[in-house]
Design a protein around this ligand. Sequence first.
Ligand code: 5GP
Ligand code: ZN
Length: 119
Amino acid sequence: MSPEKSKTDCVFCKIINGEIPSKIVYQDEDVIAFVDINPITPVHLLIIPRKHITSLAAMSDAETPLVGKMVKAANKIAREKGISEKGYRLTINSGAEAGQVVQHLHMHFMGGRILRWDN
Ligand code: 5GP
Ligand code: ZN
């Protein structure tokens, strides 16, 4: 596999290929979703593309439809979890000042309680 598809030192690539265990709640050919190891809300998932893309800022124009697929997965998960109407939050941190720690594009899916803007 080429380096841009799977980075050997990337924790999320390791989750994708099963090297690191995770609670996967959704997967299709382009994206997977799993439970965040350090949840800050009752439902805290990470939705990621299978392709290793470092950040939102590093996405090429051709890759941006993947974000739509991540949102589609989020909406499906919300319906399955029965929180579609109650509400949920999707967040992508891009870069150091936004608090991005893992350098593989990911969308936080948070819900299951009332969320304030500062959490
Ligand atoms: P960031 O701060 O980069 O936006 O978010 C990274 C998220 O990845 C954090 O919420 C953190 O808890 C989660 N995380 C980091 N390492 C692992 C891991 O090995 N497994 C899982 N399930 N989540 C992880
Ligand atoms: Zn990766």
